[in-house]
Design a protein around this ligand. Structure first.
Ligand code: FAD
Length: 325
């Protein structure tokens, strides 16, 4: 019951200001977002990879409101990639990006001016084009250091644009990955299209508040869809990335991989930093590729609220720490 309320709050500016200003927020945030700067996050990456884990790095931020912020997001990833080059981790450290942080949702300049062309020629035609223009140098820089980028999945209204950008990037960088969400009705068809040679696809349950017209609302139905889609990915020719902490789904994934004749390096598990960390180590020790989605940066509000929404105990812990101060 609480999940949808928290997800609605994750899009509220008033709540953002309240939660961000609360002095007790920071220690709770640190559990999921272990650093605000590149200098802080590099030792975390070294620690995780030193334990035999791999990482996918997310500079937190989304729903930006100006092209300048989109360019700053691009530059933050480029700065991180420069630092990763010195660590020589290759594909053991990849990038995850949210296209809304690269300008995808910005109105085209013409639309913003009531449809009338005005002023100097626009630097971009649409948010879609701007996001593509900003993400391309990040994908190029990742390829230069021997790694890749995965496009995260945001709310369902953004996905046609995300898949089109994914397809465009794959023309030059076929390793570029994308995320699909089991809770959406459309995803079984997306998975069939994407389960092709050379593609890298992360399957997750889905973290946004979606209407019943487009998404399953019931946990059991989402789990069943997850298994159907995972079977398609495992039986296909691409590289499946199993994004879940759910113990049942993790053992089903292992069984589906075995039946499909996949070797341990022909798929991987992915979990979020700060969640079920013993399981990260257990899977890695068993010889699985285990990648930790590690978020860092200052604009952590949306990411943090989605983690609270996924588990009511997180919210209770957060609220308890507020009253015990
Ligand atoms: P659940 O049934 O939610 O959780 C299983 C168990 O894991 C829980 O019982 C609990 O023990 C533990 N757990 C799960 N979440 C939490 C938490 N927040 N705090 C503490 N314990 C927890 N969603 C998107 O919509 N788009 C994306 O691009 C995206 N990328 C992701 C990348 C990765 C690597 C992962 C792991 C998740 C990603 N998600 C993304 C989030 C995903 O959609 C789910 O919301 C999230 O993973 C919770 O689902 P679950 O499969 O872990 O199963």
């Amino acid at each position: 019951m609480l999940g949808p309320v928290i997800l609605a709050a994750s899009r509220s500016d008033r709540m953002r200001r309240l939660v961000s200003a609360a002095p007790v927020t920071k220690p709770v945030v640190d559990r999921f977002i272990p650093g605000e700067t590149v200098d802080r996050i590099v030792p975390v990456i070294e620690d995780l990879t030193g334990k035999g884990l791999e990482v996918t790095m997310d500079v937190v931020g989304e729903d930006i409101t100006s092209p300048e912020q989109a360019a700053a997001a691009r530059d933050a990833y480029l700065e991180l990639i420069d630092r990763l080059e010195m660590l020589s981790l290759g594909e053991r450290a990849e990038m995850s990006v949210k296209l809304s942080m690269f300008g995808q949702a910005l109105p085209s300049p013409a639309t913003a001016l009531d449809g009338g062309p005005s002023g100097p020629a626009p630097a971009f035609q649409s948010g879609h084009d701007l996001a593509l223009a900003n993400v391309r140098p990040v994908v190029e820089a990742a390829a230069r250091i021997g790694t890749t980028v995965t496009l995260d999945a945001e709310d369902h209204t953004t996905l046609d644009s995300m898949f089109a950008i994914h397809e465009e990037l794959r023309k030059d960088f076929p390793q570029t990955g994308c995320v699909i969400q089991a809770y959406l009705f459309r995803t079984e068809a997306d998975a069939r299209r994407l389960a092709a040679a050379g593609s890298r696809v992360r399957l997750v349950k889905g973290a946004y508040k979606e209407p019943a017209s487009v998404a399953y609302q019931n946990a059991a139905e989402i789990d069943k869809a997850y298994v159907r889609i995972l079977r398609t990915l495992m039986e296909g020719d691409g590289y499946p990335m199993v994004g879940s902490h759910d113990p049942r789904l993790i053992s089903i994934a292992q069984e589906l991989a075995r039946r499909a004749g996949r070797k341990p390096d022909e798929y991987e598990f992915q979990m979020l930093y700060g969640i079920r960390e013993e399981e990260h180590l257990r899977l890695a020790a068993e010889g699985h590729r285990m990648r930790v989605y590690t978020a860092y940066g200052t604009d952590w509000y949306g990411y943090f609220m989605r983690r609270l929404a996924e588990k009511p105990a997180n919210l209770r812990f957060f609220l308890r720490s507020m009253v015990s101060k």
